[in-house]
Design a protein around this ligand. Structure first.
Ligand code: SAJ
Length: 428
């Protein structure tokens, strides 16, 4: 199959890197989004999201004209749907963006086209939601056009590299669709391309993220056990991981982001009667911000009126994404406890959490604080010199929930340094 022009619908964390990577390989790409802010930014050459290296490739693709930005799909050889699948308050998948993306393709769908859904979706979405919508065009999937599901599996922070190097799964509604998908992604994917059916590839994606969620849940539960038995969880995990078949992940303030904290619910929703473990793991991880607060209260007593500098709001290190962030949950809980919270998120200095104040700089955040609370292991926090920090704050207690700073160095600088899940080294 020849793909000289493709249309990518949804220009977020996945669609934009995908569109610009195709453009970089010489394919003519139309990038489509319905958000006026996204359209305006890109048309003016600005990239609305932070991802290492992304700005350069997008700017290049826009300047050369290989990537054009539109509000609606246009005729093309292939369409890629990369829109969000958020979940509603009742933990059910909201497929409205997927539906409207599929509907927007209908008027421009032509015989011989390939449509690929990339958005993370509950099992059977490709066949039972997307296919019937596309067939309202009068064309039949498998006969007149090809249809596949190919999940994105890239790690935020390393998207451009992983897009190219990771193995790629492509599930077709039939063999011809899977093969067409392979021809499309072979344009830039260097990793292995594995072909299967559409529903298996939907499941694969959900299983990967659920597996990680369950494994982080057990690490978080270990942090609570360690605190109870006066063990240092970080030391215990490090020792356990010397076993050749054990690889415990890191505990922390919880699991956030738009993937791992959401995707397991798609399986629970699809089959609630047979997913108790997945459901429980979600509950364990969602409860972890409360464990941070309980632990902090044990160290600092009543938090009412205490000034806390909450460092980091992103859902994980070195990204600007605050969606479902456990750090934000911790700040909400601190505010409810009556603490006066000043936040500092280096990647989103203006991001406001209700009831808290956003400091424009690290120095402003810590100056008047009683407590310094490290919520995200951003590189800039790991590199802090505690001796310098000691001269910039009146705080003496530093609570590190992500094991990102050295106990020895911070103690030597005069701080009381405590870590989540460590009551072995508690300063008495
Ligand atoms: N986290 C821990 N402990 C750990 C690892 C992570 O608490 O040991 C927390 C992070 O701080 C964060 C959350 O889990 O809050 C998720 O972070 P992550 O780095 O594990 O994953 P994501 O959400 O950034 O990306 C995941 C990846 N999936 C897997 O590793 C199986 C990525 O490959 C997917 O493409 C992405 O989800 C997605 O888009 O689905």
């Amino acid at each position: 199959m020849n793909f000289s022009h493709i249309c990518v619908i949804g220009l977020g964390y996945i669609g934009l890197p995908t569109a610009s990577t195709f453009a970089h390989k010489g394919v003519r790409v139309t990038g489509v989004d319905n958000n006026p802010h996204v359209i305006d930014s890109l048309r003016n050459g600005h990239v609305h999201i932070y991802e290492p290296g992304l700005r350069e490739v997008v700017e290049d693709a826009l300047t050369t004209g290989q990537l054009r930005i539109e509000t609606k799909p246009v005729e093309a050889d292939a369409f890629i749907i990369a829109v969000p699948t958020p979940f509603c308050g009742d933990k059910k998948a909201d497929l409205s963006f997927v539906r409207s993306a599929a509907e927007s393709i209908v008027p421009v769908l032509r015989r011989g086209n390939l449509v690929v859904l990339e958005s993370t979706s509950p099992p059977l979405t490709t066949k039972q939601v997307v296919q019937p919508i596309l067939e309202t065009s009068g064309l039949k999937a498998g006969k007149d056009f090809l249809l596949a599901y190919s999940p994105e599996r890239v790690l935020p922070g390393q998207i451009l590299k992983e897009l190219v190097e990771n193995a790629r799964v492509i599930g077709g509604i039939d063999d011809a669709s899977a093969l067409a998908g392979k021809a499309l992604y072979s344009l830039f994917v260097k990793g292995e391309i594995i072909l299967t059916d559409a529903t298996t590839s939907e499941m694969v994606k959900l299983m990967e993220n659920t597996y990680r969620d369950v494994n982080i849940a057990i690490a978080n539960e270990f942090s609570r056990l360690a605190a109870r038995f006066e063990v240092d969880v970080w030391e215990a995990v490090e020792i356990a991981n010397r076993h050749p078949r054990v690889k415990i992940l890191s505990p922390g303030p919880g699991v956030g982001g738009h993937c791992i904290s959401v995707d397991p619910w798609f399986l629970v929703e699809a089959a609630p009667d047979i997913t108790p473990l997945i459901h429980t793991a979600r509950d364990v991880n969602d409860h972890q911000p409360a464990f941070v607060i309980e632990s902090l209260k044990q160290l600092a007593g009543d938090l009412k009126g205490k000034k806390t500098a909450a460092l980091g709001l992103a859902y994980k290190p070195d990204v600007d994404d605050v969606r479902e962030s456990p750090a934000v949950e911790v700040v909400h809980a601190l505010v409810s406890e009556g603490s006066q919270v000043t936040t500092y998120e280096p990647f989103r200095a203006d991001y406001l959490v209700k009831g808290a104040e956003a400091a424009g700089s690290f120095e402003a955040a810590i100056k008047e604080a009683d407590i310094i609370l490290l919520l995200v292991g951003h590189s800039c926090f790991k590199q802090l010199d505690p001796r310098e920090v000691a001269g910039q704050t009146r705080a003496s207690l530093v609570f590190d929930t992500v094991n990102c700073v050295s106990r020895d160095a911070w103690s030597a600088a005069g701080f009381r340094l405590e870590k989540l899940g460590d009551r072995k080294n508690l300063v008495k």
